[in-house]
Ligand binder design. Structure first.
Ligand code: HEC
Ligand code: HEC
Length: 211
């Protein structure tokens, strides 16, 4: 009886170990920027054109160059899995494998922004709380949080509204976004969007063909 119990235990451990290996094989290898660049051709039709706008409603397509790799990956999972509502982004993200996402994230991020470690003197009181995570200079304190420095003002406003309304489901941001008055949102998005150094639009699509 004891022997048999042990046998079952060993089988269970072996099965777990096997499952572990299978999972490890599924997980994406570290991102390959070169492959990410090839995969990003269609993305650049929107993300590679400075000032390009989403239609109905009208707001600027977010800038990604300088953003954190981990955050880009998390955002793509969000669109794919339905935590973020956006029809086009849901369709494109749904076609990507884990490896595609890892590669694209590294390519888009480029050289992620780094905080200079010195808070600007003019942080508006409304943004003080936000700065605890997104950084007083708009460079977030961990790669899982988005940097906001230099991002389009109208896009930041749209994102905050989506967290408040539930189009974007995120427990942390829902709380913060729901408590903001319109006047505070206006001050906050103006502040972050004007910070420099900041995020940038990806190089335009044709550079992919010529580089
Ligand atoms: C038709 C235009 C269009 C195309 C094509 C497109 N995007 Fe987007 N993308 C958008 C818009 C608009 C948003 C903002 C959506 C929202 O409001 O959440 C967005 C959001 C994102 C975000 C989130 C950015 C942030 O700061 O949270 C990432 C990452 C992203 N796109 C990556 C990609 C990738 C990778 C591809 C190609 C596989 C792609 N996009 C293709 C328009 C586009
Ligand atoms: C405790 C940390 C924390 C605090 C404080 C915080 N945020 Fe966030 N913020 C996050 C995280 C995490 C995300 C990414 C959520 C997701 O996956 O969509 C985010 C996302 C955002 C985005 C979307 C950026 C993009 O590129 O799409 C905006 C805009 C934003 N926050 C603004 C604010 C503002 C304004 C405040 C203050 C009122 C604030 N945040 C406070 C953690 C925080």
């Amino acid at each position: 009886m004891r022997e048999r119990g042990r046998g079952i235990l060993f089988t269970a451990i072996a099965a777990l170990a096997f499952a572990g290996t299978a999972l490890a094989q599924q997980a994406a290898a570290p991102g390959d920027a070169k492959r990410g660049k090839e995969l990003s051709y269609t993305c650049l039709g929107c993300h590679g054109i400075a000032g390009y706008k989403n239609a109905y409603p009208d707001y600027s397509v977010p800038m990604l160059q300088g953003q954190h790799t981990e955050y880009i990956s998390a955002a793509l999972h969000g669109y794919r899995d339905g935590d973020r509502a956006h029809l086009t982004m849901h369709s494109v993200a749904s076609t990507l494998s884990e490896q595609d996402i890892a590669d694209i994230a590294v390519y888009f991020a480029g050289k992620p922004l780094e905080s200079a470690g010195k808070a600007p003197a003019n942080v508006p009181p409304a943004a003080a709380l936000c700065s605890a995570c997104h950084g007083a200079d708009g460079v977030s304190i961990t790669p899982m949080y988005p940097s906001l420095a230099g991002q389009h003002e109208d896009y930041l406003k749209r994102a905050i509204e989506e967290y408040a309304k539930g189009g974007r489901k995120n427990a942390i941001m829902k709380g913060f976004a729901s408590n903001l008055k319109d006047a505070d949102i206006a001050v906050i998005v103006r502040y972050y969007s004007h910070l420099s150094p900041g995020l940038k639009t990806e190089p335009r699509p044709y550079s992919i063909l010529t580089e």
